[in-house]
Design a binder for this molecule. Sequence first.
Ligand SMILES: *Cc1c(COP(=O)(O)O)cnc(C)c1O
Length: 484
Amino acid sequence: MRKSKALVFEMGQPGRRALDLPECDVPAQDAAALIPEKYLRRSPAALPEISQLELMRHYTGLSQRNFGVDSGFYPLGSCTMKYNPKINEEACRYAGFAMLHPLQDPDTVQGALELLYNMEQYLAEIAGMDAVSMQPVAGAHGELTGIKVIQAYHRHRGEARNKVIVPDSAHGTNPATAGVSGLETVEIKSYADGSINLDALRAVVGPDTAALMLTNPSTLGLFEKNIEAIAEIVHDAGGLLYYDGANANAIMGIVRPGDMGFDVVHFNLHKTFSTPHGGGGPGSGPIGVKKALAPFLPAPLVTFDGEKYALDFDRPLSIGKVHSFYGNFGVIVRAYAYIRAMGPDGLRQASEDAVLNANYCLARLKEKYHSPFERFCMHECVLTSKKQKPHGVRTLDIAKRLLDHGYHPPTIYFPLIVEEALMIEPTETESKETLDGFIATMLTIAKEAEEQPEMVKSAPHSTVVGRLDEATAARKPVVRWKKS
Ligand SMILES: *Cc1c(COP(=O)(O)O)cnc(C)c1O
């Protein structure tokens, strides 16, 4: 299909219109009578004048320049860009959900409250927690809420604890959360195999430890085998364990953070539970906690007395509200539809397939791409461009070259502790044929890097714009139309 590269301002002819407006049925007024002289235009605005069909083709063409999981393989590590079944969209658009008013009398929204209540129960079951709040609206927001709950718990016990321990592989939101909460971050180094250094942990825990924040599997896609020992060390010092649940796609129905010793967990419904993701939201980051922390959860929680669902605002130890009303209800409905459709066995299978797919990619790519860890991975694998380095080819070049082949690049340069990292998370929703196609392309690029490195270093060649100076593009974006 021919895609016009013209700007909308360069299209059309004077007098063309995309729609017909009805005749004005109120008396016309002169703008000069209503708006101060200095704000009036000297000449008419240079608005595009085009037909509806031209307009449709223009915007449809623009939308096709974007890349989404509906248009191709999107293997971003740490993000779980799995496919969102369209039935989830159908469910959340039912008028009985979509048209509710958040201030309606609870008696008139029993179905919506039942859904929230059930979600609290499901997530508690999946995470091995005792109580859940659906209020936070992002993973990072869940972290903030969870750490606030932990602070409230320590304060209630009369303890002043001001340090949060995070491993050097942590997602940036973990130390950021600690900072925003007024706590100090203490970083601990990982062993060369990617696991937590227990001696380093023992050296820093103490009476000032509020919490350890961890994701398991880690951001390296590796399962932390020493998790029980880690939990014991932190708990013995009176600290709590926070589970960053962004990587829960690896563990559903297999292990539970609560059983590993964690006290608080957040979920990213927009990652693990198949709801749209990206472009800044909306998201949903519910948190689950163990019994001792439940009194501090945000208010209200949904309660059920066997007959009726109600909202419990009478929570004197609560940290208060962290969002208006009950969180992003529409996202919760989507995730609910997904969980109900999958069932417990389906969720377990999703995790097993996610882990299988990542290990399949790792096994087939590690001959041509350096694998920094000699272990099985979980739902994502980390490779590097070390083998391409002698040819002058870097991870960024490989990522850009993938664009020429129609793939969204994986996450690159994260985790920070792996030099030239390339982090692939295929997710369970991709077929073997898709993975084989991606792997074949990665192997082709490895060959190109050896034989014609310039081809890779100057990629992409087939996209609308070539290699951008990304720092300048971010600092001085050109968004204005210039008449040529
Ligand atoms: C995505 C992610 C987060 C943050 O979640 P948001 O919903 O984007 O705020 C935190 N930790 C890890 C490991 C993540 O991958």
